[in-house]
Ligand binder design. Sequence first.
Ligand code: ADP
Ligand code: MG
Length: 357
Amino acid sequence: MHFFTYNTFNNIKNLYKRWGVYMSKCDVGIDLGTTNIKIFIKNKGIVLKTPSVVAIKRNTGKLFEIGKKAYEMIGKTPDSIIVKHPVSTGVIVDYELNKIMLDELLSRVLNKSIKKARVCMCIHGLMTNVEIKALTETILSSGCEKVFLIDESVASGLGAGIDLCSSNGEIVVNIGGGTTDVALISLNGIVVNKSIRYGGQNIDSIILKNIANNYNLLIGVNSAERTKINFATVNLPKYSKKCILKGKDMITGLPKSITVTQCDIYNHLKAPVQKIVDSINDVIEQAPPEALCDIQESGILLTGGGSLMEGLPEFIAKKTGIKTRLADHPTDCVIYGIGKCFDMIDNFNLNFVKMIT
Ligand SMILES: Nc1ncnc2c1ncn2[C@@H]1O[C@H](COP(=O)(O)OP(=O)(O)O)[C@@H](O)[C@H]1O
Ligand SMILES: [Mg+2]
């Protein structure tokens, strides 16, 4: 005689739970940025944020480090190790390495196969059809069920909380590591947009070059990025703080440290940041007259890590004459937007999402 015990009940419950997990669709969002990769899983949220950097062994091509650990190795590796960004200025430049990075990171965060997953990723205005095809094929080759593509500006606006269906146009700017995307969004779509291959990494290079030219001091790219994040400003500072930079004396080849002021850095950043303003002005100039009235009301919304540069909203507002605000959590807007997009895919047909099976 079989008694239905508490244990039997629990075993059946666990079995259903496991089946449920196996049978259920898994929605995975990937923001494959030039600087960072972020992964979202439905019902879990953002499960991974790490630099999109991979270190491999030169002789075998095998993975050595990935993410933050690989990023910290930049400029310090022996000859036997290569450190690379598989994505540059918003497009995949090393497909093999990109696949290694995606496979490794997805396996770390997914507790089941990607085979039943629906994956959503971003595309932007600078990508050619060939690049879009290559991106989707990389993901489809991992065996996932469907791939959805969403425009990066739309995803960042959605993630920042704008109402996409509204007829009140809004300008969304996404400043990443290697690209800046500007879009006028209204009624579920893009009215006018402009993308440039210019972002936070270009600002790092400007800082690095100016320190080399003016002080004969060679600093690494990571030091230049740290200087930008902790010290740079595009607003004329009232009290110019001082900072010590360490590097290599370009004349003697010996270690050297110098003191720079915030004003020095500010003077070198006005021209590069103007490039971002120019791309916003291009979109404003092409906007239909009715939409221009909306923009005056709704203003410009800044998203992406690059928009965190101190004084940037004020600088853009001054140069365009349009009020400018920084989104909450600018660095996460795109991945939040990708996540929100899954809820909408099931509800109605979205004209800004493309499905590839
Ligand atoms: N506080 C900050 N000030 C200035 N730039 C920042 C700050 N925080 C992050 N960034 C820059 O933002 C860029 C990364 O933003 P992100 O949106 O993650 O880019 P991507 O999507 O291209 O990977 C990098 O260039 C980084 O240096
Ligand atoms: Mg980005």
